[in-house]
Design a protein around this ligand. Structure first.
Ligand code: EPU
Length: 350
């Protein structure tokens, strides 16, 4: 299906505000729904023949800051399909909704993704930033990513090693990787549930399930399915619903510092939160830094920080990308001034 922007004089095209969870307004001059890899290849070829580059590839729009007011062409990826291949092997198309996919895997008794329940966005976007929550990252389960090159239309598979998964990072976030459009993912899930309760906040909620789940959820016998419900309840409590308050989850990455630097910071700020990593480095909780600097819940000119999670930037004023980035940059400067720590923006900017 092709949805061309309205080209009638005076009509300003297709508004992308409903296609990004920060509700940033921007115009797509052409907005094309892509439902198959073959169609994608054809669209890319015809754009190239007419000298146009797709400025923007959109999936669920949950990890993107639109920085321009107009985009000549937007491709909206809608490829669907989930295939269970046995023994925990599953292939999912890029346009499937992530949370719907997590639920389907659990129904099929394929385990491992329960801690990643209710993360907004599409399956195709998930490996780009190696989505993670409550001590689990998707990169632990991906065995291959199939992708199409924007210029040549070539399709190929990337092995897990080639994906170079790291904390909120992968090959697909870098300049070369951005040339590839993800079509589908292969995952190896577990056939036996093994609950990961390493994250203290999740362990506490699991231990107090009756505070988080309703009567019918408490009856769910499959523990992994029940854990996914606890994760969803925690997220609903702590994180704003993008349908109500525009946001894109954590807006900054948790900064990584060396052990010496962490000790210095601890001397000055005894309550500082840090998670030790392999190799002696420490991941600081950026939410704590922003909170401690007094910005939690602050709003300025329609952009702000969530009152329950300072790491989540909210855009209730549905402001443009420039205003969002301007607000973020003031927070970055203030955190650098307070703690001499650099905060890196997590969502992609286009
Ligand atoms: N904290 C505060 N004040 C705040 C926010 C957090 O003091 O306003 C403290 C918390 O008390 C806690 C620590 O900071 O001690 C960490 O907070 P939290 O457990 O909420 O996790 P996070 O590090 O802020 C990360 C991910 C989230 C993920 C959660 C749970 C990143 C950038 N964010 O947040 O992912 O859901 O852990 O695993 O790594 C996302 O990426 O969009 C996202 C929501």
């Amino acid at each position: 299906m092709k949805t061309e922007a309205d080209t009638a004089p005076g009509v300003a095209g297709f508004n992308l505000a409903g296609f990004n969870t920060l509700s940033i307004p921007a115009i797509a001059e052409r907005f094309i729904e892509v439902t198959t890899p073959e169609q994608l290849r054809e669209e890319l070829a015809s754009l190239q023949a007419s000298g146009l580059q797709p400025a923007l590839i959109l999936g669920g729009g949950s990890n993107v800051v639109l920085t321009q007011s107009r985009y000549p062409v937007v491709l909206h990826l809608q490829m669907k399909g989930i295939r269970f291949r046995g023994d925990g092997n599953v292939t999912v198309a890029a346009g499937e909704n992530w949370h719907g996919f997590v639920e389907r895997t659990l129904e099929h008794k394929c385990y491992g993704l329960e801690n990643l329940a209710l993360i907004p966005g599409s399956c195709g976007a998930a490996p780009i930033q190696n989505i993670g929550a409550y001590g689990v990252e998707i990169g632990e389960f991906v065995t291959a990513v199939r992708a199409m090159h924007r210029q040549s239309g070539e399709s190929r598979s990337f092995s897990a090693d080639e994906c170079r998964f790291a904390y909120r990072d992968s090959y697909f976030k870098g300049p070369e990787g951005r040339q590839w459009i993800i079509l589908s993912l292969d995952l190896q899930l577990r056939t036996q549930a093994r609950l990961n309760l390493a994250y203290p906040e999740l362990a506490a909620a699991w231990a107090a399930q009756s505070d988080w789940l309703n009567e019918s959820e408490l009856q769910i016998t499959d523990e992994a399915q029940r854990l996914a419900r606890v994760v969803a309840a925690l997220r609903r409590y702590k994180l704003p619903d993008p349908a109500v308050t525009p946001n894109s989850g954590s807006f900054f990455k948790n900064p990584i510092v060396d052990a010496q630097r962490f000790e210095d910071l601890q001397m000055r700020w005894p309550g500082i939160v840090g998670y030790p990593l392999a190799g002696g480095q420490v991941k600081l909780a950026a939410g704590w830094l922003i909170d401690r600097a007094g910005h939690k819940g602050s709003v300025s000119g329609g952009v702000g920080l969530h009152h329950r999670q300072a790491l989540v930037l909210v855009n209730p004023g549905r402001c443009r990308g420039a205003a969002v980035l301007d607000f973020a940059s003031r927070i970055q400067q203030d955190i650098a001034r307070h703690f001499a720590v650099n905060l890196e923006i997590e969502p992609d900017q286009y």
